[in-house]
Ligand binder design. Sequence first.
Ligand code: NAD
Length: 492
Amino acid sequence: MRDKLFIDGTWLAPAKGGSFEVINPATEEVIHHAPAGTQEDIALAVAAARRAFDTGPWPKMSGKERAAILRKISSLILERKEHLARLEVMDNGKPFPEAVWDMEDTAGCFNFYAGLAEEMDAHPEEPIALGDTRFSAKVVQEPIGVAGAIIPWNYPLLMASWKVAPALAAGCTMVLKPSELTPVTALELGAIVEEAGLPAGVLNIVTGLGAEAGKPLSEHPDIDKLAFTGSVPTGAKIMAAAARDIKNVSLELGGKSPFIVFADSDIEKAVEWIMFGIFWNQGQVCSATSRVLVEESLYPALINRLIEEAARIKIGDGLTEGTLLGPLVSKSQYDKVLAAIDRARTDGATVAGGGKRPAGFNTGYFLEPTIITDMAEDSFVWREEIFGPVVCVKSFETEKDAIRLANDSRFGLAAAVMSKDKARTERVARALRAGIVWINCSQPTFTEAPWGGYKQSGIGRELGRWGLQNYLETKQITAFEADEPWGWYLKT
Ligand code: NAD
């Protein structure tokens, strides 16, 4: 594991020499001391990114040239996917097969944006028809400049790729600040981009605490664009910092996503997709379908099957063969989730399944898959993001009722609906106020499609061609083509 920051193409010890502990959440052991970057290191990193943007080759290279390096990064990630996945498990806790899948998605993301970089060469400008034929106009898109990316811990390298890949494809330079809970693979990415031949200063990686490294990055005047994924309170701080210098900002924040299951659904399929929606990655997924709404007649049977199946999920260290549910990422996250379950009990809800440390696990931040029922519509557990393997299940009577309950949230990241009636799933999908709606499934995420939320779940979209737009400015170039004088002041 790497103990230096990656700044201007070199590996540097943090200016203040500090470090912070990296803990394996399955064993509670300290597995590494990561470099604690501070304001001084952020200043160096931003200066390097600024230089690389203003005077370096990267923004001026063709899309094809940038794509070649992005593809190299992609193939190096694939070559090392098992090693990277193992590091990710030790850092984050997730089951190894999930981490391998994440690494494949990460490589796929670099590859996808390589394709979009090439497409930019094919469409360098777009003519615009004007209402005045004396003028011609065209639109060109240019990299926005130096981007600052601040990311969370739930998909450490994958979340990095969602920002780094489109930013590099667009021709931007970047300073990346990973979460202090999972800094390990981001530093590996430094070694990978170095090997892939990315010019110095184009990507700089500064690990450190939110207040010590994230805050100065968000406030740095030489940053043109801030891209953030994390919690709503931190997102609000990032936006406030961006407001001071009118920086472009995109935010991917939390969620409390509903999953509506109509009575004509196949119960086994419903149970499996509910489980995938809330237990995958220990429920630490911004789009986790944490509120399940089941049509009344199906509710009793579905709850029973869900409790039965959830209790069979194999819990363990993510590196143990067969594990399907690992530990939560940290002690503080664990305590937060347990406190939310306790609060649900105090507020009168029923913990119908799980809800405690599994038997035989005395160390590690392990929690049984938890199913909560009978909660009030205004209760904390129903309304707030828990970010753990905790699902709230409620029944509904009518479609109208289901849509009202689903939309009654300050979040609007994702939603899901299940029914055999296609007209109904289409109607409900349109009525749901969320940036992502899944029909007859929950969670599958594709690099090609836009990702982001309505309401307090964020601003802007990542992934797909929308992700590239995050890192591009749009310029109109308008020419006066006529020979005649303009004739406003100088009358002839
Ligand atoms: P967080 O907001 O605590 O931290 C996110 C990042 O912000 C970390 O790198 C942290 O160091 C940094 N940070 C903290 N304080 C800062 C400050 N004052 N200035 C600048 N940076 C600061 O969130 P988290 O606990 O890492 O992640 C969990 C949250 O992220 C959940 O709410 C989840 O819903 C959300 N999330 C959203 C998405 C999405 O795509 N919408 C994806 C993953 C996670």
